[in-house]
Design a protein around this ligand. Structure first.
Ligand code: ADP
Length: 569
């Protein structure tokens, strides 16, 4: 067995947030013991071959080939251990319902989960409230209350919760919503997205007037030019990064159980569209470990990948059984649909190992081939679990019925892997590297220092371009693009996020989305000099590509640059 080897960054994160502590607050397990605790608990749901699966699950985590989402690592085996990362809660139009969901959100945050909500069912600001004869404060005011509550419920005293707030594009308060974050204080613990419909996009394209409707009656209360709203959305996103868009029609076209209701919201980072009260367990395969090397040449090891995907799908299906559900409504719908989301991390490092530039058609084609393979194997694994354990209970009401037996209503999601990729020491999700050097945290109060990405360092040395000058330049600038004497084709392999045109960012998102039944969390990074017109082009192209959501970040547009929007610490 390979010995677990962790970077100082990974160790620090694990010690601060993941490893169990005794009542005096002293860390009482090693990272290896953490993986044992998790594998024992998750394999504990197996009827036969429990020991085999425990060893298998332990091996893939300890080798950093697969990691489940953070709450599973933190809480597996603990009394009342809540293991899911993603939830959607309803926000109905009554004070009672609004504050019931707020309380439930606080409980979910406390357990390490994130929550998404669509506030569009709330009556607009200024509408009459019959009980008090007063006027409603409107959805944005209630979102601010949710935000304030989030601010003060720290997860295990360590990180704040994360929220997704959605308002549909035909809600009368949409303009207030679009600009709510421009003061840079409001909704700090929210990602916000406008719920977009195909009808609205057609109205933008044809420059038509757009009706804002009272959600209680469906009647238009006001008309504005669709284009004006679009310009406000893209202009505000240019200035602050928010709002993103959620494409409700694309999401509902893929809703596996339309009979159980319409999907209105996603989880905080957008990778899982869910019904009200539904939860989802995520996990990610580390692609940088799914390779074989022949000399200095790397290839994807599809056999190992298939084997890992099968074990990971089984692991995530077990999580549904091993989980503790905070509410009966969450338990009921989660057990009915058994949604899981297996995704990937380390895509950028895989491409570097294979010497394929991220900004190339070759990379996009490989993304399609890879994700098609992951989906095929995930579905095979879920189908074989269905043979062994039965289909998910709402299968007869699902799109899979009767042709394909499935254990899970969904199998794949591309999550941001904001923390687990640091634990696994690989690149985030399907994102390109943000820089070729990163800051290593100072252990035990030591000074933080810059360090080169290990894959870059190995590759560039093998290629014969290593020099002290190169090292110093990369440590200072994070890039090799301006170094003389390095051929263009080598520079292309090591382009970072802001060197990559948005068109390629988006093509990668589309390639992965095409073969992902849930959604893909991706940030389209743009350089500081990008204009509002670029944001409009990105958002429009995202819709035309049939994506389920879109998030951009223009360099420097937030005071504190956060690489992953949900990685609030
Ligand atoms: P991790 O790497 O910690 O497993 P990800 O960055 O992949 O998590 O995020 C996956 C999902 O976990 C998010 O979409 C969100 O639902 C949830 N999540 C992430 N960060 C937080 C947070 N600070 N608080 C609550 N939930 C979070």
């Amino acid at each position: 067995m390979v010995r677990l080897s962790l970077t100082p960054n990974a160790l620090q994160i694990l010690e601060e947030r993941y490893l169990l502590r005794d009542p005096d607050g002293k860390v009482m397990e090693t990272p290896e013991e953490m993986f044992r605790r998790v594998s024992e608990w998750i394999a504990g749901t197996e009827r036969n071959n429990r020991e085999y699966w425990e060893a298998r699950f332990f091996r893939m985590m300890n080798n950093l080939e697969f990691l489940p989402n953070s709450p599973t690592l933190m809480n597996a085996g603990l009394p009342g251990g809540q293991l899911s990362a993603c939830f959607v809660l309803p926000v109905e139009d009554s004070l009672d319902a609004i504050f019931t969901s707020l309380k439930n959100a606080a409980l979910i945050h406390q357990s390490g989960g994130g929550t998404g909500y669509n506030f569009s069912r709330l009556r607009p600001k200024g509408a009459l409230v019959s009980t008090s004869k007063g006027f409603s404060s409107g959805p944005v005011a209630f979102m601010k209350i949710y935000d304030a509550a989030t601010e003060h419920v720290k997860q295990g005293g360590k990180r704040r919760g994360a929220n997704m707030g959605i308002l549909n594009v035909d809600h009368p308060d949409i303009e207030e919503f679009i600009s709510v974050k421009t003061d840079r204080v409001s909704l700090r613990n929210f990602n916000i997205s406008v719920g977009i419909t195909d009808r609205f996009m057609a109205a933008v394209e044809k420059d038509l007037s757009w009706g804002l409707k009272d959600p209680r009656t469906g009647r238009a209360v006001r008309n504005i030019p669709a284009k004006k709203l679009w310009d406000q959305i893209t202009g505000t996103a240019w200035a602050t990064g928010d709002p993103g868009l959620i494409f409700l029609d694309s999401i509902n076209r893929d809703n596996p159980t339309p009979g159980l209701g319409e999907i209105r919201s996603t989880n905080p980072c957008g990778e899982v569209p869910l019904l009200d009260y539904e939860s989802c367990n995520l996990g990610s395969v580390n692609l940088s470990k799914m390779v074989t090397a022949h000399g200095g040449n790397y290839e994807i090891d599809f056999n190992r990948l298939a084997e890992t995907v099968h074990a990971a799908i089984r692991f995530l299906d077990n999580v549904i059984h091993a989980n503790h559900y905070l509410l009966p409504q969450i338990k009921s719908i989660s057990l009915k649909n058994r949604k899981i989301g297996l995704g990937l991390m380390g895509w950028a490092e895989l491409l570097m190992l294979m010497e394929i530039p991220y900004a190339s058609t070759g990379a996009v084609k490989l993304a399609e081939k890879l994700m098609a393979f992951v989906r095929k194997e995930s579905y095979k694994a879920s189908a074989s679990l269905a043979e062994e354990r039965g289909c998910f209970p709402s299968w007869t009401e699902s799109r899979f019925y009767p042709d394909q037996k499935m254990r899970n209503a969904t199998c794949n999601s591309i999550a941001p892997t904001g923390t687990i990729s640091v634990i696994a020491d690989t690149s985030y999700s399907i994102e390109p590297l943000y820089a070729l050097a990163y800051r290593r945290v100072g252990i035990l109060g030591g000074k933080s220092q810059q360090e080169l990405n290990k894959v870059f360092k190995t590759k560039i040395s093998r290629m014969g371009y290593w020099s002290e000058h190169l090292e110093n330049t990369v440590l200072q600038t994070g890039s090799i693009q301006k170094i003389q004497g390095i051929p263009e084709q080598v520079k292309n392999i090591f382009k970072t996020s802001l060197d990559i045109p948005w068109e390629f960012h988006l093509q990668h998102q589309r390639a992965f989305q095409t073969f992902t039944d849930n959604s893909v969390s991706k940030t389209i990074n743009l350089p500081a000099e990008a204009g509002a017109g670029d944001i409009s082009d990105v958002y429009m192209t995202a819709w035309k590509y049939g994506l389920k959501g879109i998030t951009i970040y223009r360099d420097g547009s937030k005071e504190k640059q956060v690489l992953q929007r949900c990685n609030v610490s």
